[in-house]
Write a protein that binds this ligand. Structure first.
Ligand SMILES: Cc1cc2nc3c(=O)[nH]c(=O)nc-3n(C[C@H](O)[C@H](O)[C@H](O)COP(=O)(O)O)c2cc1C
Length: 200
């Protein structure tokens, strides 16, 4: 099958791309508003893009053209955010924080979550999340109804046991991130891993 996303099939772009480009990691982003209220929301249009300097990007679509989601709005105001990663234990709470609530209502409380102060940025991290990346906004590109938030990663914080303290390599048995799969509600677990060495 072939689809022309510039023309007759443009309305299927979300279904096709979000369904096919999988698995995707999930950025569970915490920000604060002008009254220091914490906002949390998941974004699977997300990845890291380099390490010198360490950068990541995620893409909140606008609610309506020119009207950003609360996450993008808060980042535009404060320039800071935390990307929390999502494991199996956090999956349901993450999903609950994706509900549209009125601006200023905390998804953290709704989902029964807790927060812990960050080291380098004002928004806190989600206590229950296995990993947190404290970020500063580098730039936000506005492309149609997409906003692509590019962040510099200041700090990486992990729960005990996820990294080997000597090598800093991941202990796979202690880290079970979930991935976003087929639209509308597919996810994957990451227990069934395999190793493959690079060719010489
Ligand atoms: C797993 C998952 C991934 C999501 N990924 C995105 C995404 O990449 N971009 C987006 O705009 N919305 C995404 N959403 C929907 C947002 O989380 C939702 O619109 C949320 O209410 C935005 O919150 P905010 O207004 O507090 O920023 C996703 C939802 C879920 C459950």
């Amino acid at each position: 099958m072939e689809f022309d996303l510039t023309g007759e099939h443009s309305r299927y772009a979300y279904r096709l791309l979000a369904g096919l480009v999988t698995p995707r990691p999930i950025a569970w982003v915490t920000t604060i508003d002008e009254e220091s209220r914490v906002n949390a929301a998941p974004f699977s249009f997300f990845n890291v893009f380099g390490t010198r300097p360490p950068i990541l990007g995620f893409a909140p679509g606008d609610k309506e053209p020119g009207i950003p989601k609360d996450t993008a709005r808060n980042i535009r105001r404060t320039g800071e955010f935390v990307v929390n990663l999502v494991d199996e234990a956090c999956a349901e709470a993450m999903n609950q924080t994706s509900t549209e609530v009125e601006f200023g209502v905390s998804e953290i409380e709704l989902a029964g979550l807790h927060t812990t102060s960050s080291s380098a940025v004002s928004p806190p991290r989600i206590t229950e999340a296995p990993v947190a990346l404290e970020c500063r906004e580098w730039s936000t590109l506005e492309i149609g109804k997409n906003r692509l938030v590019i962040g510099l990663i200041d700090r990486v914080i992990t729960k005990e046991g996820i990294l080997d303290p000597e090598t800093l390599l991941v202990n796979a048995e202690n880290f079970s991130p979930i991935g976003r799969m087929e639209v509308p509600s597919g996810y994957c677990r990451t227990e069934d891993r395999f190793q493959m060495d690079r060719p010489e």
